[in-house]
Design a protein around this ligand. Structure first.
Ligand SMILES: C[S@@+](CC[C@H](N)C(=O)[O-])C[C@H]1O[C@@H](n2cnc3c(N)ncnc32)[C@H](O)[C@@H]1O
Length: 281
């Protein structure tokens, strides 16, 4: 795969979420991630399908009450709060967007969960935490924004305690797109690069982790972008009022293209990896 022309820095990604927060809130509500449908006839709403994917992530962490998980790229905090509610565990979430930090902490306070769940500004490329600090970690649709997957995985491996689990989702390229298509997709969502499912075992090994599970969720997540397009048409007035007619027109043109790219060239993976009890990176 050839390089894209413009690679967003973490600061660029933070600004993107500061600016585009209302866009995702209008179209998706509390979650900024794909949905999980049981199949093409599954009538679940976007919100139900998104919660189902969160539930799968929660299940895979096997977090116990009292244990602490690091949420790498926490968005506005809802998946972390749900994880803490379901498991009785604690969560420290980080995001590169200052606005999201405020929103996520406010959400935790409103849910009376702020003793269990906290959020702070940090860059996943250089986690500001001691080694062996967390019982588990997840990176829920965030690593695709980051400049170097290998570095982020090494950072997560460092801060996990021996035996701790990482659960991660990522958008992967299944058949190569034309460079212009890939650049269009990446720059539109401030993504850094795409990798492949086949490359993940190597990435995980390089970080010193043991791969436990790697699943291709293409069929289950397939409806996501087409549904996002439907939501956009439904909420067009709200998007226009927030961002103006140019951005609305650009999105109305782009989302059907993204839906085709998703169908023909992209997939979505979930994986579970574990830090060995005797760890050497
Ligand atoms: C697609 S959103 C997912 C949000 C959340 N996990 C969810 O599922 O709703 C991507 C998140 O990754 C965060 N992110 C991207 N790059 C980051 C970085 N270098 N360090 C920390 N967070 C980052 C963004 O700020 C955003 O919160």
């Amino acid at each position: 795969m050839s390089e894209q022309q413009y690679l967003p820095t973490p600061t660029d990604v933070g600004r993107f979420y500061d600016q585009m927060g209302p866009f995702f809130a209008i179209l998706w509500g509390e979650n900024i991630h794909y949905g999980y449908w049981h199949g093409p006839d599954d009538p679940s709403s976007d919100a139900e399908a998104q919660e189902r994917l969160t539930d799968l992530m929660i299940d895979y962490t096997r977090l116990q009450a009292g244990q602490q998980l690091l949420d790498v790229g926490c968005g506005t905090g809802w998946p972390a709060i749900r994880l803490a509610q379901v498991t009785g565990g604690k969560v420290l979430g980080i995001t590169i967007s200052q606005t999201q930090v405020q929103q996520a902490n406010e959400r935790a306070r409103n849910a009376h969960m702020n003793d269990q769940v906290q959020f702070q500004h940090a860059d996943a490329m250089q986690l500001p935490f001691e080694a062996n600090s967390f019982d588990a970690a997840w990176a829920f649709e965030s690593i695709v924004h980051m400049p170097d997957r290998g570095q982020v995985l090494c950072e997560i491996a460092r801060v996990l305690r021996p035996g701790g689990r990482l659960v991660l989702t990522d958008i992967v390229e299944t058949t190569p797109m034309a460079d212009e298509q890939r650049n269009f997709f990446l720059t539109s969502f401030m993504l850094n690069s795409l990798t492949t499912l086949e490359h993940y075992p190597h990435l995980i090994r390089q970080a010193g982790l043991d791969l436990e599970k790697l699943r291709d969720l293409k069929t289950n997540t397939q409806p996501t972008i087409a549904r996002l397009n439907e939501a956009l048409l439904h909420k067009a007035v709200a998007i226009r009022d927030q961002y103006g007619p140019e951005l609305l027109a650009m999105m109305i043109q782009s989302l059907p293209v993204f839906a085709i790219l998703q169908r023909e060239h992209l997939s979505y993976i979930i994986l579970v990896a574990r830090k060995p009890v005797t760890f050497s990176a």
